[in-house]
Design a protein around this ligand. Structure first.
Ligand SMILES: [Zn+2]
Length: 178
């Protein structure tokens, strides 16, 4: 995995771009949570679920289908509230889908672990991109502390933080011009 910081930063950035109206800020936080959600599968290690199985880490939970399900469930639940502050449904669904799917994209750019089962449950093949500059983050807070964590955060600052910052700056200047 990339770290919680990298995933949530990308999710928040997607929120700020796709729902730029300030009063939608709480959806930026939901997008950040969606961007980290697939790693809930690490609980499988406690139950001795094999890493390489479809229910293992980076398996079904990291797939495109799971992202579509998460986006559909949250958008559906939000629609039940019928609030005036509800964002346009298509934009909200797209944000939540992209935020959740972004998780697998970052994981597929990391230096370690198994690849991402993007097309599970139809295809169990694990994928990495050919560009893999992000240091893989260790699982567990204790393992993250120290030199390893600093290296992970450094590579994420460069390969996630910087592109997110550039996107936000471009968005800001574009909105000003508009
Ligand atoms: Zn992951």
């Amino acid at each position: 995995m990339a770290s919680v910081f990298g995933h949530m930063l990308l999710g928040t950035t997607l929120g700020a771009v796709l729902l730029p109206e300030r009063h939608h800020w709480c959806w930026w936080l939901v997008a950040a949570a969606c961007a980290f959600l697939p790693d809930a599968d690490v609980i499988g290690f406690k139950f001795h679920i094999a890493y390489a199985s479809s229910w293992g880490h980076r398996g079904l939970t990291h797939s495109v289908l799971a992202a579509a399900v998460v986006a559909s469930v949250i958008t559906g639940l939000a629609g039940l509230r019928r609030s005036n502050a509800m964002p346009p449904v298509a934009r909200l669904w797209t944000l939540l889908f992209l935020a959740t799917a972004s998780h697998g994209v970052l994981d597929a750019m990391t230096t370690g672990g198994l690849g991402v089962a993007f097309f599970s449950p139809f295809d169990q093949q694990r994928y990495f991109f050919s560009l893999r500059p992000i240091q893989v983050s260790p699982i567990g807070i204790r393992n993250f502390l120290g030199e390893k964590g600093v290296r992970v955060l450094g590579s994420e600052a460069l390969w996630v933080g910087l592109p997110c910052l550039l996107v936000l700056l471009v968005k800001r200047s574009w909105l000003r011009r508009a």
